[in-house]
Each structure stands twice: as C-alpha cells, then as structure tokens.
Write a protein that binds this ligand. Structure first.
Ligand code: ATP
Length: 211
C-alpha cells in the first residue's frame, strides 16, 4: 500500500482531482468525512465538546451546531487547541481503522488521503508523496464567488484564514496546476498517477501510513 496526501486551499480543485484519481483506481480517504464522523450524534467526542463548550453548540436533533462552535473558537487559539485535542485523536483512530481495512482488502492499494488542512494541522508528513492542488488565491476567489455563491469578502476571509499558497508549495512533491483549463489539469493528474503507479510497483514493500 502506498499513501499519498492531497491538499490545497479552499476551492483549489481537490475534489475534482480526487474524483479523477478514484476513476484511475485510487482509494480515496477524505479527512473531512472522518472529521464529521468523529463528532457524529452520540459520539464520545461530541459529548466532550458539549461538556467543554456548553449545550449551545448542540442542535435540537443532537447534532453538532458547527457555526455555533465555529463562532466560539474563532480567533481563540486556546479554545481551538482544546477542540483539536478532542477531535484529532478520534480522526486519527478512524483513519487508521480505514487504512487497515484497505490494506487487508488490497495490499497493493494506492491510497489518496485528501487533507485540506494538512499544512495547518501537522508538520509530521508521513506520506510517500504530497500532492498540492495549486491555483492562485485570486482564481480561487473568483471560483468561490461564481460557483459557491459566496460574497467576495467571504471568499477572501476564508482564503486568508488558511495557510498561504507559498506554505503549501513548500511541502509539495507534486504541484497540480488547477488554474489551467480543466482538461489540462486532468491530463497532468493522469500523468502523475501513471508515474506514481510505476514507483509503487518498483517498491512493493513500501507501506506508508499517513496518520
Ligand atoms: P473545497 O476546499 O471548498 O472543498 P476543492 O479544493 O475541493 O474545494 P473543487 O470543488 O474540486 O475544489 O473545485 C473548485 C471548482 O473549480 C470546481 O467548480 C471546478 O470545476 C473548478 N475548476 C475549474 N478549473 C479547474 C481546474 N483546472 N482544476 C480543478 N478545478 C477546476
């Protein structure tokens, strides 16, 4: 099993790339899905969040009120740290469980771990390669406004709250240019995937756990 990380800023094209990689045979693990699962209704992590942040962060149906929690931790490093200490271990556990399953099903699997906040959340990059979906902030702003219905101010604030393009480029083994026309981006993805598959074949003993 070979595991790569796929990261990129908001609106950079991670989902588009991951979809293509799945079509090419990759096994996609999405950190956002595990993050939601970690705080599902009735989960121990959600109970800890309620105990720490109050009943106001729980909706009537028992689910997490994300905007309410977001407002409490926004700009408060200590509160954010407390939240991360509750959620991250659970996300790691769920990811590890899923990786074990994938390894059992197909020891030669090529796994793509989609982690939007890779740069922001760790400096311990245990991956065969890191792929970064890369489009300048101005291009992403435009896409967020056009296709997600955000205001320009909202798009800018969301982008500014994340790591910079430069910070992501620094950790990239592969930069996927997502400011190009879509068919060119997909061609680059196909090319990189063929290269990675060849690397994986030459190193069948490689087992990288990206957690
Ligand atoms: P988020 O972080 O918000 O989940 P994302 O990184 O997953 O976003 P996508 O949803 O994949 O980003 O892509 C953003 C938009 O950019 C999509 O509407 C996609 O079709 C469009 N797009 C246009 N050109 C490209 C390109 N060359 N590569 C990737 N996406 C592109």
């Amino acid at each position: 099993m070979v595991t790569i990380a796929l990261t990129g800023g908001i609106g950079s094209g991670k989902t588009t790339i991951a979809k293509r990689l799945e079509e090419l045979g990759g096994v996609i693990l999405d950190a956002d899905v595990f993050a939601r699962e970690a705080v599902a209704i009735g989960s121990p992590a959600l109970r800890q969040i309620e105990a720490r942040f109050g009943h106001g962060v729980i909706l009537d149906d028992g689910a997490l009120d994300r905007p309410a929690l977001g407002a409490l931790v926004f700009g408060d490093d200590e509160a954010r740290g407390v939240l991360n200490d509750i959620v991250h271990p659970e996300v790691r556990r769920l990811t590890g469980e899923r990786l074990e399953e994938v390894l059992r099903d197909d020891p030669a699997a090529l796994v793509v771990h989609v982690i939007p906040l890779l740069v922001e959340s760790t400096s311990n990059y245990d991956y065969e390669e890191i792929w970064v979906a890369d489009a300048p902030a101005a291009v992403r702003e435009e896409r967020l406004v056009e296709s997600r219905g955000m205001s320009l101010a909202e798009a800018r604030a969301r982008i500014a709250s994340q790591a910079s393009d430069e910070e992501r480029r620094k950790i990239a083994d592969v930069l996927i240019d997502t400011s190009a026309p879509l068919d060119q981006t997909l061609e680059q993805v196909d090319e990189e995937w063929r290269r990675l598959a060849a690397v994986a074949l030459r190193a069948p003993e490689t087992q990288t756990y990206g957690v």
